[in-house]
Design a protein around this ligand. Structure first.
Ligand code: MG
Length: 269
């Protein structure tokens, strides 16, 4: 599976990433004093371990089926909506697909109309159990997590998904994907859909630090990474480069990182 990596986030400017593959990252980590606590890796799910492309596509497919009067052109978009074209902004994904056979201006207008119609159905389907089982692990992610478990590390799946709407589907997706799920694996989900991912993860991380020696935190969202760098000064901060929200983190990452590197995980293999 190849997938799109967004590169035009303003956060990219002014940071020095150290590009690394997962096995090499493990070799380069400093030994962690864990004070008798189990060493753990904290892992985000969406767009870090799982590519959400198939879930988005399935929700768009269902939307089209339920709207028989949808313009034919919307049906033409469907086969192009893949991991290679999926951006964080779906409107932008639609625009770029529509530009294949429309002028830029026409594509922009049509993408806006399409997104206005699809936004609510997308939200309902995306934040539900319905299509979670379709999410695909990034290449090598399963094997890498298995090797972390074999080395005795515990795994904490820390996600912005909320338990009421998506717990059953998340457990099923973990099982189907073959990601480790045993007594040394833990799932932390938001208690509701209202709390922001950032606030929830900040609260969760203070609990996790009591229980685990957190060795590394993996996430695709700049604002989460900056918060992790501030709140967990002993852990490695690992950016998984895929797609990301346009939100800009608050706070100066360089200051929080101190002498740590800013790892950019380019591959799990
Ligand atoms: Mg994510």
């Amino acid at each position: 599976m190849t997938f799109l990596r967004e590169t035009d986030h303003p956060w990219f400017q002014g940071h020095e990433f150290v590009d690394v593959r997962a096995p090499e990252l493990l070799e380069r980590l400093r030994p962690l004093p864990t004070e008798g606590k189990p060493a753990a890796w904290v892992l985000d799910l969406d767009s870090t371990l799982f590519c959400v492309g198939p879930r988005v596509r399935a929700s768009f497919d269902r939307f089209l089926r339920e709207h028989p009067k949808a313009p034919l052109e919307w049906h033409r978009v469907l086969p192009f909506l893949t991991a290679q074209t999926l951006r964080y902004s779906l409107e932008r994904s639609f625009r770029e697909i529509l530009e294949r056979w429309n002028s830029r201006e026409e594509a922009a207008v049509k993408a806006k109309e399409l997104w206005e119609a699809f936004h609510e159905p997308w939200k309902t389907a995306f934040f539900s159990n319905r299509f979670l089982y379709l999410d695909e692990p990034y290449p090598g992610a399963r094997e890498f997590l298995a090797s972390l478990r074999e080395s005795g590390r515990e795994l904490v799946y820390l996600t912005g998904r909320d338990a009421p709407r998506t717990k059953a589907g998340t457990l099923e997706a973990l099982r189907l994907s073959g990601f480790p799920w045993d007594a040394g694996c833990h799932l932390f989900m938001k208690p509701d859909g209202e709390t922001s991912d950032l606030d929830y993860k900040r609260r969760a991380i203070s609990v996790l630090r009591q229980r685990f020696g957190v060795e590394a935190l993996l996430d695709n969202e700049p604002e989460n990474l900056v918060m992790f760098a501030k709140e967990v000064p002993e852990a490695e901060i690992v950016f998984f480069h895929s797609i990301m929200s346009p939100r800009m983190p608050t706070g100066e990452l360089r200051r929080y990182l101190q002498d740590r590197k800013l790892w950019r995980l380019v591959s799990y293999v």
